[in-house]
Structures are given as structure tokens and as C-alpha cells.
Design a protein around this ligand. Structure first.
Ligand SMILES: *Cc1c(COP(=O)(O)O)cnc(C)c1O
Length: 377
């Protein structure tokens, strides 16, 4: 057995994930789709299995590639393809029983052809663009001609309709405009089928506008216990962070005043300064723009970044922290005693949204799952 330590690793708090699933389920009578694109927002595909264990049966991904990865890992349940597909992938959609969300006639054409050849019926949802300006049909494209062409097709089965909000976290007026637009668009669809699903909410809308939940809500960031509003506002529910990131102290040393630290010499000591080099850097997803801004926790205290973050290491000041030594564990994201470094804090310092920080830290593949006492699968 070799003695090897992880220089950096991610801890997944399964207990907190389970708590979040419960809290989110109780918040709404709509059903929940766990949006798990980008490897479950950086938490790793294993985390999707936990969601299944905790009772969720609907999952949203960005691509056929992601859906395929999940099926390969044995995930059952409904997988919704939220981000469309390429024509060549239509067959895989049938084979792996995915539910595509359709944005164009081209996609319908491709699906219809493979479904007809295979003698199968494919369930799909329709995506309508009420103001996002990205994927989806414009409402006026779903006209008489569209219904004549696709309405009676025997190989395609329309099971739901969705739209996506452009700024649910920051612009309630625009969100209401999009929602009203969506409701009036929905009038043309028969609602007789009990499995019919109308959906528009992401986490921010789900938490802010209960009247918009409809049949299904697509929840991403809230599952992971991170606020869609960043540091500006906590969610109305008691959600708990699932991801922790750790590294280690590699060297502690004291520099005299007037000594510069790191590439580009962006920090110079003004006094005798004790520094710790730690084993994590931008290749693990900590943006270089966090240099001289972010802090980490060592021995329960905040240690500020000094100098530029490098590829696999960064330097923090520990002048005020007693007893720091080589090998000490450093909390980059997470809690130690009363202090906590959150994803929201890092996002704020990097001038971005928490989603991007989670995905970026997803580069860390050493993952340890804590506290998973449940397995219903
Ligand atoms: C990513 C995504 C979501 C989830 O967004 P969060 O802000 O993370 O809740 C919902 N719907 C669609 C279509 C998405 O692509």
C-alpha cells in the first residue's frame, strides 16, 4: 500500500443533501426535477445516485452525453434532455429512454424518423421561448400549420410544455411577464392527461414565486444548498451546503518586510509576515481573479490570499494564526467552528454567480461522500 495523501479533495455532505431534498419537496405540491447538468453542479455523478436514494425520480441534463453517462452508471427514472440534441443522437434518445425537450422542427423531424423506423413512440416536451432568447420555439411558431404537421403524429407523444426564465433571481416584473406569456400560450393544449407537465421554475423562481410552480419545478442550485442570489440574500428555506473543499499546508515560512509574493509580484510584505503555501490552485477551479481577495480557514481562523494564485498552489497569510504547520488541513469551502467560507462568498469576490464557482470546483475529482446512511435503491 502506497502512502499518498490527497493534496486537495471535495467532501459531499449526504446528510445535508437529503435535508435539502426534504425541505424542497415540502415547499411545493409540484413535483421536482433535479437539474444535474455539469456533473451535478460539480458535485460528481455519484451525487445523482444519492438524489435517487432520497426519492427523486426526475433528472434534467444538458446533453445526450450527460444522459448517457447517467444511464451507464445505472440511473433509472426519467431523464429530461433540457439542452436539445444533435440529429445523429436521435437514436440514443430512444435507446436510453430519454425525454427530450424540443426547440425546433428539425429536432422533431429527426426524432420522428428514428421513432418511425424503430416502431416506437417517443415522449417529448415542447420548449417555448417567452423571453430568454436562447433555445425554444417562439410562441407564434406553434400555429395551425405546426399542429397540422405534428399534432396527429403516431410516433411522437407530447407530454409537457416548458419555458425558461431569463432573470428570475433579479427581475420579478420580467419574470411575471414571461409567466403570463407562458400561461396564455398554454391555453391551446388539452390538459386531460394526468401525466401532463407544465414547467417554468428554476431555483430562484421556485423559491420566490409559489404561484408559478405549475406541475413540475426544475431545481438546480438550491438542491446543493447554495443561494441563487449569491451573498445578497439567503433562500427563504433552511438549505444546507453540500460541497466542502479541503487542501493542505505544504510549507510555512516567515518573510521579512519588503519581500514580494508569487508570480507577477502582486503582493509585497509590509512587515515580518508568516505565510503558508497550500496545495490547491486555479487548476482545481479557484479563479486567478480571486488572488489577494479570497480567504481560507486554517485552525478555525480566516487566512487571506497573498499574491497570485498559481496552478496547483496558493499562498495565504497566517501571521495571526498560532501553530500552523506543514500537513495541516485547510478548508477552502466549508465550516470550521464559527467561521465559514461559502460558495456565495467566493462567487461575490470573483464577480460571478455561485453556479459558475460550483462548476469550476467540479474539476476536483477526489470526492469523499459523508453521512450516507440511506440506500433505498
Ligand atoms: C440549469 C437549468 C435549471 C436550474 O437552474 P438553477 O438556477 O440552478 O435552479 C432549470 N431549468 C433549465 C432549463 C436549466 O437549464
Amino acid at each position: 500500500m502506497e502512502n499518498i495523501l490527497f493534496p486537495f479533495w471535495m467532501e459531499i455532505d449526504a446528510g445535508n443533501l437529503r435535508h435539502n431534498v426534504e425541505v424542497l419537496k415540502n415547499w411545493s405540491s409540484s413535483s421536482l426535477m433535479a437539474v444535474v447538468k455539469s456533473e451535478a453542479y460539480g458535485h460528481g455523478w455519484e451525487a445523482v445516485k444519492l438524489l435517487y436514494d432520497y426519492g427523486l425520480r426526475k433528472f434534467g441534463v444538458a446533453s445526450v452525453e450527460e444522459a448517457h453517462e447517467l444511464r451507464k452508471r445505472g440511473l433509472r427514472g426519467d431523464i429530461y434532455l433540457l439542452g436539445g440534441f444533435f440529429t445523429e443522437e436521435a437514436e440514443t434518445i430512444i435507446k436510453e429512454q430519454l425525454t427530450p425537450v424540443i426547440s425546433s422542427g428539425e429536432e422533431l423531424q429527426a426524432l420522428e424518423e428514428v421513432a418511425r423506423r424503430a416502431g416506437k413512440v417517443i415522449s417529448f416536451h415542447l420548449k417555448v421561448d417567452t423571453g430568454m432568447g436562447r433555445m425554444g420555439f417562439l410562441p407564434q411558431e406553434i400555429n395551425d400549420e405546426w399542429w397540422r404537421k405534428w399534432g396527429g403524429n403516431h410516433n411522437l407523444s407530447l407530454r409537457g410544455v416548458m419555458t425558461h426564465f431569463a432573470s428570475a433571481e433579479s427581475d420579478p416584473a420580467y419574470t411575471r411577464f414571461q409567466f403570463d406569456h407562458f400561461l396564455s400560450f398554454l391555453h391551446q393544449f388539452p390538459e386531460s392527461n394526468p401525466s401532463w407537465e407544465r414547467h417554468c421554475c428554476n431555483s430562484a423562481a421556485f423559491l420566490s414565486f409559489p404561484e408559478m410552480h405549475l406541475d413540475l419545478s426544475r431545481v438546480g442550485i438550491a438542491l446543493w444548498g447554495v443561494s441563487p442570489w449569491g451573498r445578497e440574500a439567503a433562500p427563504p428555506l433552511d438549505l444546507k451546503p453540500v460541497m466542502r473543499v479541503k487542501a493542505r499546508v505544504k510549507q510555512v515560512k516567515t518573510l521579512p518586510p519588503g519581500f514580494s509574493v508569487g508570480y507577477g509580484r502582486t503582493f509585497t510584505t509590509s512587515r515580518e509576515t508568516r505565510l503558508a503555501a497550500i496545495s490547491i490552485g486555479y487548476s482545481q477551479g479557484l479563479f486567478r481573479s480571486l488572488s489577494n481577495r479570497m480567504e481560507v480557514l486554517i485552525r478555525g481562523r480566516r487566512a487571506p490570499s497573498r499574491g497570485n494564485i498559481s496552478m496547483d498552489q496558493m499562498t495565504v497569510e497566517v501571521t495571526e494564526i498560532e501553530g500552523v504547520k506543514k500537513g495541516d488541513i485547510v478548508t477552502v469551502v466549508g465550516k470550521e467552528g464559527k467561521e465559514e467560507i461559502t460558495i456565495e462568498e467566493i462567487a461575490d469576490l470573483a464577480h460571478t454567480i455561485p453556479h459558475e464557482i460550483l462548476c469550476s470546483l467540479g474539476k476536483i475529482k477526489n470526492r469523499i461522500i459523508y453521512g450516507n446512511h440511506c440506500s433505498l435503491a
